[in-house]
Design a protein around this ligand. Structure first.
Ligand code: GRF
Length: 195
């Protein structure tokens, strides 16, 4: 039912798996530790390797993602530290059904360097945000947020780890609520097969 997209160490993915969410496939955009997490859990992996060369064709890459996901027929996509900005075709195919967790209190500190930006800005708290992903990066409707304190001796890694500890709890809960909402909406429409 869920396709999880990951690129990194896979600790958020691991939290989704531990929460027993129905993850049917893990798609990664590069060889990464998240593959091992999926492998250990016996979840099929799709490696759709991206290029980092100048002129990277985001639209063609997005079509490859759609092709890799299609046989798994996911109802929901959960980004779990996915390092590629998805193109319009993916958002058209899964409109309103792509979730993301971001390590800041959005709309503050969008983008890939959210934790470093929070440290650089000297804020006393930052946090994490679970939201519906849209074509505009880190801008979709917010589903859940939680604040995390910043300590004076924090570096990027200690602060990110403190944020991730919250994400590992908040994201699975938010996904579960979202799935329940999808199910209720499907039932009220009279869908034969509800997610
Ligand atoms: C998380 O902080 C998530 O918000 C961000 O990437 C990180 C993934 O962590 N998008 P991990 O690789 O699962 O440990």
């Amino acid at each position: 039912m869920i396709a999880a997209l990951a690129s990194g160490t896979g600790t958020i993915l691991e939290a989704l798996i531990s929460a027993e969410l129905p993850i049917e496939v893990v798609l990664v955009d590069r060889p990464c530790a998240a593959e091992k997490v999926a492998e250990r859990a016996g979840i099929p992996i799709e490696l759709v390797e991206r290029s980092f060369a100048p002129g990277f064709d985001r639209d063609a890459y997005s079509e490859s993602i759609l092709a890799a996901l299609a046989p798994h027929r996911p109802r929901l996509i959960a980004m779990a530290g996915f390092g590629t900005v998805l193109g319009a075709a993916v958002f058209a195919a899964y409109a309103g059904r792509i979730l993301n967790t971001h390590p800041s209190l959005l709309p503050a500190f969008k983008g890939w360097h959210a934790v470093a930006q929070a440290l650089g800005a000297g804020v006393s708290e930052t946090g994490c945000t679970v939201h519906i992903a849209t074509l505009e990066v880190d801008a979709g409707p917010i589903l859940a947020q939680e604040a995390v304190p910043v300590y004076s001796d924090d570096d990027e890694s200690t602060l990110h780890e403190r944020i991730k500890q919250v994400e590992r709890r908040l994201y699975p809960t938010a996904i579960r609520c979202f799935l329940a909402g999808m199910q209720a909406a499907g039932a009220s429409r009279g869908d034969k097969e509800v997610p």
